[in-house]
Ligand binder design. Structure first.
Ligand SMILES: Nc1ncnc2c1ncn2[C@@H]1O[C@H](COP(=O)(O)OP(=O)(O)OP(=O)(O)O)[C@@H](O)[C@H]1O
Length: 255
């Protein structure tokens, strides 16, 4: 399923947050959204996910959802959002409970996504027993369990330390390489954007407008941290954002 956004604009009260965003989100690709603090990245993600409606413009879903899809648009949040009183398998199974699936089918889905995220041996563990990186893998397994058409990822690695972030980026690349999924991935971190994004949308400071769209055609599995080609893309992104980011910080300071 593809998504297309046409002239999406939004304001909260008198604050204009997004302005004239037109974008296509292609099936089977990862689109990253970067931009200065407060430029409307999370707002845009909520609009794409249907949690809020834009004041102006349209967001249209084109084409069929994947076979077996239980929820077309699924979120992965920065804070993992796991229930502490449920085991790993219980947290993953939660999203299947409303779907009246036969128990064997449900168990098979849980086993499959836990295997894909290397969590099989932790299926009975409690969230408190897991590191941050493992918790986020559970959240990713939970998102995959509903076979979403599009995963909406809001700073999914931001709460993790640098080494864990690297490992989870490798996990995401391996997951995508085995079975390509469609994702919109909001991040502050340009290194993440160039490792994971097929396409990177750079927003201006608020109201967020599209400043540029950068395509990276290096296969995800061939992108190595600090590879010169990726560093060049990252530096180009920073050049695009630098003045805007400085102005956004100054605005926050002056407010
Ligand atoms: N529900 C809301 N009501 C009023 N204002 C809001 C609401 N949600 C967001 N905002 C404002 O809209 C602007 C954009 O917020 P948003 O969280 O989308 O930006 P962001 O780019 O994701 O920010 P950050 O990079 O800091 O995470 C901010 O000024 C924020 O205060």
């Amino acid at each position: 399923m593809d998504l297309s956004l046409t002239s999406v604009s939004h304001r909260y009260g008198t604050t204009e947050v997004l302005s004239d965003i037109s974008l296509d989100i292609a099936d089977g690709r990862i689109m990253c959204i970067v931009g200065p603090s407060g430029c409307g990245k999370s707002t845009l993600l909520r609009m794409i996910g249907g949690l809020e409606r834009p004041d102006r413009g349209r967001i249209v879903q084109n084409g069929a959802v994947p076979e077996g899809c239980l929820n077309p648009l699924t979120y992965v949040f920065q804070d993992f959002a796991l229930l502490p009183w449920r085991s790993v398998a219980g947290n993953v199974g939660l999203v299947l409970e409303d779907h009246r699936l036969p128990r064997t089918h449900r168990d098979a889905i849980i086993a499959d996504v836990l295997a894909r995220t290397n969590l099989t041996e932790f299926r009975d563990a409690w969230p408190r027993q897991l590191s941050g990186g493992m918790k986020q893998r559970v959240a990713i397994a939970r998102a995959l369990a509903v076979k979403p058409a599009v995963m909406l990822m809001d700073e999914p690695l931001s709460a993790l330390d640098a080494q864990t972030r690297e490992l989870l980026m490798d996990d995401l690349v391996a997951l995508w390489t085995r079975a390509p999924f469609t994702a919109v991935y909001v991040t502050h971190n340009l290194a993440e954007a160039v490792r994971l994004g097929h396409r990177i949308v750079v927003l201006s400071r608020r109201p967020g407008r599209i400043r540029d769209i950068v395509e990276i055609d290096i296969p995800l599995a061939e992108r190595r941290a600090s590879a010169p080609a990726l560093e060049a893309h990252q530096s180009h992104l920073w050049q695009l954002m630098r003045d805007e980011a400085a102005a956004a910080v100054q605005e926050l300071h002056d407010a």
